[in-house]
Design a protein around this ligand. Structure first.
Ligand SMILES: NC(=O)c1ccc[n+]([C@@H]2O[C@H](COP(=O)([O-])OP(=O)(O)OC[C@H]3O[C@@H](n4cnc5c(N)ncnc54)[C@H](O)[C@@H]3O)[C@@H](O)[C@H]2O)c1
Ligand SMILES: [Zn+2]
Length: 673
C-alpha cells in the first residue's frame, strides 16, 4: 500500500513541477502528450485508491498561473478548465452523463466552437467600458493584467450598440497568430533572446509580461467564447445567441461555430475542422462542445475543475506514449551499428509503429534510456517514427540503463568509432555474419544484379546453413541445396537458379554498385562506370585519377582505391568475371542518344588506333553524343581524336590549329554528364 502512495506522491510532484513551468513560466519542459499521460495515470491510480485523493491533487484543481508579478483579483464566478476527450466514446459518455444528470432522454441542442490554443482571460465591462482584465489564475483568483490586455487591439475598450448591460463579463482566449510567432522567434534568435516553444506559450508570456509595452509590440489577438450578464434580465436563452450579441457589440467572435442537435452533427463539424485545422493562422487543439441552453447550463453547474455542460473534443495528438521493450543494435552492410528502439505497438495517424531508429550513440546518451521506460513516440514529418523523449517520472529506480555495446553483437569484434563521421562500426567485414548477410542481399538486390526471388530471408537462411559464404557460392547452388530451405519447393528452387544464371549478363554500373564499396551509391557507380569504361582500368586506378572524376569526393575516392587494393576483393572480382562469367557490355552506356553534350554539333575526325575502342565503336559513340563524324580534316573541323600510331591527319590538324585530344582526354569528356 505504501508503495502506491509513494507512486501517487511522486507523480503529483512531477505533474505540479510541469504545471509550474507551463502555466507560471510559460516555458514547458515536457510535451503536452507527456503531461496528459501522467495526469491520466494519476487519475486512474486515485480512482482505484480513493483514500489517497487530496484536495490539492492536480486531478482536483486546475493548473494555476498565479504569480507575484501581478496583483490578484477574485473572479465573480470560478474560471475553470474544460473536461476533455480524444475519442468518440469519451464524447458519447459526456452526452450520456448530462442526459442522466438532467434526467432527460431527448436530443439536447449543442453549440460547437473551435478550441483556441491560447490563454484564457476575463474582461469586465461596466456601461460598455473596459474596466479590468484578469488571467484564469487558480480559477478563483486571477492576475490583474488590465494594462496589458488594453494593449490588444482586437479587444474593444468601449462596446458599441444598444442593450449593453450595466456589468458584463467577457471570457475568451488571447492568442498569437502562427505567422507572428514565427517572426517573433526569428527576431529572438537574431537578438539572442529566449525563444518560445509554441504560439500558446508565446501568447501567455507576452500577455503576462511585466512591461505592457512589450505586450503591445507582440501583436496579440483575442476571441470571445463566453459571457455573463450578472443575473440581469436578458432576452437570450442560448449560449449561441449570447455570442452573436457579443459580436454585435464589437467583440471578436470566431465565425467557425455550429449549432448541432445530435452527435453525428457534432462529429461532422469535428471532422471538417480537423481537416482544415492547418489552414487557420492560429493553433487550435480541438473543438469545444457546449450545451446551448443557458437554463440547462445552470442546472448542470460545475465540478471542481470544469463546467459539466461543456467538453473539449481534442484532435488526436501525433505523439503517443508507450513502453520500451528493448534496444537492438543492428549491424549494417558496412558494419555501422545502429541502435533501434523496439516498443509496444502504437497507432499514429493510420499506421501501427513498433520500432524507431535511434541513429547513433549520441542519441542514446541524449535520451538516457532505460529498459521498460515509457517513451514519447511521434511520426516526424508525419512519416518516420521518432523517439522524442523519455517519461522519466515513471521510471523505477531498479531499471537498467541502456548502454552502447563495446563489442559487435553478432561477431563479438571490438567496435571502433570513426573519427571522420563519428559512426561506430564493426570492422570484421565479411567475417561478421550480419555484414555478410547484408552485403549478399545488396549484391543480388534490384539495383545491383537484380535476382528476382532471392530475397533477404532466403539469403539469411543460406548464410546460416553455411551454404554460401560469398557471392560466388550462389552461382554453384543446386536444387538439392535450395529445397532444404523453409517454404522452398523444387519449382521455386529451379526458378531461383535460373534467375541467378540470368543475372550474369549485367551492366558495368550495376556490377560496381553491387560490390557495395563504402559510400558508393548508384550515382557514384554510374560516374565511375562512365569514366573508366573497363574493369581493368578501374581496378588499377590511382587515388589521383579517382579525384579527377566530377562528383567523386576525396572520401569516396579513397574508399574505392582502398577496396581494390585488398587482395581478397580483387580475387573475388576476378573469379566472378573469369570463372562465373559475369559480363556486361562496356559500351552500353554510350549507346543511348544524348543531346547537349560537349560534342554536340562538333565536326570530329579520328586518327590512329585506340586502346579501349574499335574505330567503328568510337564513331557510333560520337554520333550518339550528337557529334558529326567526318573522315577528312578541313578548316571546318572542330576536333581531332588521336590514338596510337596516328597518321598525317594529326599534322594537318596542327597546321590548321585544330584542337586535338588523346584517348584519355576523350574518356574524360564522355564521362561528363
Ligand atoms: N506541457 C506541459 O508541461 C503542460 C503542463 C500543464 C498543462 N499542459 C497542457 O495544458 C492543457 C491543460 O490546460 P487547461 O486546464 O487550460 O485546459 P485546456 O487548455 O485543455 O482547456 C481549457 C481552456 O480552453 C480554453 N478554450 C479555448 N477555446 C475555447 C472555447 N471555444 N470555449 C471555451 N473554452 C475555450 C479556455 O480558455 C479554457 O481555459 C492540457 O492540454 C495540457 O496538455 C501542458
Ligand atoms: Zn560484427
Amino acid at each position: 500500500m505504501t508503495s502506491i502512495k509513494n507512486k501517487i506522491d511522486q507523480l503529483r510532484k512531477n505533474i505540479l513541477k510541469y504545471e509550474y513551468f507551463y502555466h507560471k513560466l510559460d516555458q514547458p519542459i515536457v510535451s503536452d502528450a507527456e503531461y496528459d499521460y501522467l495526469l491520466h495515470k494519476l487519475y486512474n491510480l486515485e480512482l482505484k485508491n480513493k483514500q489517497f485523493i487530496t484536495a490539492d491533487s492536480p486531478t482536483q484543481k486546475i493548473g494555476s498561473n498565479l504569480s507575484n508579478k501581478f496583483q490578484k483579483i477574485t473572479h465573480f464566478s470560478p474560471m475553470l478548465s474544460l473536461d476533455n476527450t480524444f475519442n468518440v466514446q469519451g464524447y458519447l459518455d459526456f452526452e450520456t452523463r448530462i442526459k442522466k444528470f438532467l434526467n432527460v432522454n431527448l436530443e439536447i441542442s449543442l453549440c460547437c466552437e473551435l478550441k483556441i490554443d491560447g490563454i484564457a482571460i476575463s474582461i469586465i465591462y461596466e456601461e460598455g467600458i473596459f474596466i479590468r482584465a484578469a488571467t484564469r489564475g487558480d480559477g478563483y483568483k486571477g492576475e490583474n493584467i488590465t494594462v496589458n490586455a488594453k494593449m490588444i487591439k482586437s479587444i474593444p475598450l468601449k462596446l458599441t450598440g444598444c442593450d449593453i448591460p450595466k456589468r458584463l463579463e467577457i471570457r475568451g482566449e488571447v492568442f498569437m497568430l502562427k505567422s507572428d510567432f514565427l517572426e517573433l522567434n526569428e527576431i529572438s534568435q537574431i537578438e539572442k533572446n529566449k525563444s518560445f516553444s509554441n504560439p500558446r506559450n508565446a501568447a501567455a508570456g507576452s500577455l503576462r509580461h511585466i512591461d505592457p509595452k512589450i505586450t503591445a509590440e507582440r501583436k496579440l489577438m483575442f476571441f470571445c467564447h463566453g459571457c455573463d450578464f450578472f443575473s440581469e434580465i436578458e432576452k437570450f436563452t442560448t449560449h449561441y445567441e449570447r455570442l452573436m450579441q457579443c459580436s454585435v457589440w464589437g467583440l471578436p467572435v470566431n465565425k467557425e461555430m455550429k449549432n448541432c442537435s445530435n452527435y453525428t452533427e457534432v462529429f461532422d463539424f469535428y471532422k471538417k475542422i480537423e481537416k482544415k485545422r492547418h489552414v487557420f493562422n492560429f493553433d487550435i487543439d480541438g473543438i469545444v462542445v457546449k450545451v446551448n441552453s443557458l437554463e440547462l447550463q445552470n442546472k448542470l453547474g460545475f465540478n471542481s475543475k470544469s463546467p459539466r455542460w461543456a467538453i473539449a473534443l481534442k484532435f488526436s495528438s501525433l505523439e503517443r506514449i508507450t513502453r520500451l521493450n528493448s534496444v537492438k543494435f543492428q549491424v549494417g552492410r558496412t558494419g555501422a551499428i545502429t541502435p533501434v528502439a523496439c516498443f509496444e505497438p502504437v497507432y499514429i495517424s493510420g499506421v501501427t509503429i513498433r520500432k524507431a531508429s535511434l541513429h547513433n550513440k549520441n542519441e542514446i546518451e541524449r535520451l538516457n534510456l532505460h529498459v521498460n521506460d515509457f517513451i514519447v513516440i511521434c511520426r516526424s514529418g508525419d512519416v518516420i517514427p521518432k523517439l522524442l523523449s523519455v517519461v522519466t517520472a515513471t521510471r523505477s529506480s531498479y531499471s537498467k540503463k541502456i548502454i552502447f555495446p563495446v563489442f559487435c553483437p553478432i561477431c563479438n569484434t571490438k567496435l571502433l568509432e570513426s573519427k571522420e563521421d563519428k559512426v561506430i562500426r564493426c570492422h570484421a567485414g565479411l567475417i561478421c555474419d550480419a555484414q555478410k548477410k547484408k552485403s549478399l542481399q545488396h549484391f543480388f538486390s534490384k539495383k545491383s544484379l537484380n535476382v528476382r526471388g532471392l530475397g533477404p530471408k532466403i539469403i539469411n537462411e543460406l548464410v546460416d546453413k553455411k551454404y554460401v559464404n560469398n557471392p560466388i557460392d550462389f552461382f554453384y547452388l543446386r536444387e538439392i541445396d535450395l529445397i532444404k530451405l523453409k517454404k522452398i519447393g523444387s519449382k521455386k528452387s529451379l526458378e531461383i537458379i535460373s534467375a541467378i544464371n540470368q543475372c550474369k549478363k549485367t551492366t558495368f554500373k550495376r556490377f560496381i554498385y553491387a560490390l557495395g564499396i563504402l559510400n558508393v551509391g548508384e550515382i557514384a557507380a554510374e560516374k565511375i562506370a562512365n569514366y573508366f569504361l573497363t574493369l581493368d582500368k578501374l581496378i588499377n586506378t590511382s587515388i589521383l585519377d579517382l579525384n579527377n572524376i566530377d562528383g567523386i569526393g576525396k572520401v569516396i575516392a579513397y574508399n574505392i582505391w582502398n577496396y581494390f587494393s585488398i587482395d581478397s576483393n580483387r580475387d573475388m572480382i576476378f573469379n566472378l568475371v573469369k570463372k562465373v562469367g559475369i559480363s556486361w557490355d562496356d559500351r552500353e552506356i554510350f549507346m543511348k542518344k544524348k543531346k547537349n553534350t560537349y560534342f554536340s554539333g562538333k565536326k570530329v575526325v579520328l586518327t590512329g588506333i585506340f586502346d579501349n575502342f574499335q574505330r567503328i565503336e568510337l564513331k557510333n559513340i560520337l554520333i550518339n553524343l550528337d557529334a558529326i563524324v567526318l573522315n577528312h580534316i578541313s578548316k571546318n573541323t572542330d576536333l581531332l581524336i588521336v590514338g596510337k600510331k596516328f597518321g598525317s591527319k594529326f599534322f594537318q590538324a596542327k597546321l590548321l590549329k585544330i584542337k586535338t585530344i588523346n584517348e584519355d582526354e576523350f574518356q574524360y569528356l564522355i564521362s561528363l554528364k
